[in-house]
Design a protein around this ligand. Structure first.
Ligand SMILES: Cc1cc2nc3c(=O)[nH]c(=O)nc-3n(C[C@H](O)[C@H](O)[C@H](O)COP(=O)(O)O)c2cc1C
Length: 189
């Protein structure tokens, strides 16, 4: 077998497509796309953030939402990742999402997304003028009832979630369930 080597880079696979929703000091909603994030602890998430309208907003209002992007929301999800609310005040009108205040945090909820975390900032690690690593508590998880499975829990297969491919800079839709975790491996025990 021949293996090709590549220089060290941010190629963890797969990466999520997280849409972070925040309010500015006047309650104006904003959203940005973030791929560099994941679970930090049982009730906490981590996101690596540069300096954005989003971080300006979190400085005055440390609560936010994290929605998981889908095939249907893909174009606007990419848009909020390439345009800044700092320069484009009409960013959210262009994104076109239906916005409500989230029930448990002071942050916007984008109704087009099947599942959204409501979060509160806990810690900003290695903070500098170029950004920080955000650790935040998951206060609550919202799932549109259309996307619930028979057991009453979120049905990921129904959501048509997308992931970010950092190699080719593409979005890929999640496919089918292929196995049961903590179970299928027992065949080899
Ligand atoms: C696929 C993708 C992934 C991104 N991931 C991150 C990320 O993890 N952290 C970050 O700070 N910016 C990330 N960005 C860039 C921000 O989304 C972008 O700078 C955005 O314009 C910031 O918006 P705002 O200034 O309105 O908050 C990503 C953009 C795209 C398209």
């Amino acid at each position: 077998m021949r293996m090709k080597s590549f220089k060290s880079t941010a190629w963890i696979l797969p990466q999520p497509v997280l849409i972070i929703g925040t309010y500015d000091k006047n309650g104006k909603p904003n959203a940005m796309n973030a791929a560099w994030g994941g679970q930090w602890d049982m009730h906490d998430i981590m996101i690596s953030l540069g300096s954005h309208q989003t971080t300006d907003n979190l400085a005055v209002n440390p609560e936010f939402t994290v929605a998981f992007a889908t095939a249907e929301t893909m174009v606007a999800s990419d848009y909020v990742g390439i345009v800044s609310g700092r320069k484009t005040p009409e960013k959210m009108e262009k994104a076109g999402w239906t916005i409500e205040k989230a029930p448990n945090v002071n942050a916007p909820l984008f109704k087009e997304f099947p599942m959204t975390l409501e979060c509160r900032v806990k810690e900003k690690m290695d903070e500098s003028e170029t950004g920080y690593y955000l650790v935040a508590e998951i206060v609550n998880i919202l799932c549109d009832e259309k996307y619930l499975a028979e057991d009453g829990k979120p049905d990921v297969e129904k959501m048509k979630l997308i992931i970010f491919d950092p190699v080719h800079h593409t979005y890929i839709q999640l496919g089918d369930t292929v196995g049961k975790a903590f179970a299928d491996g027992k065949q080899l025990v």
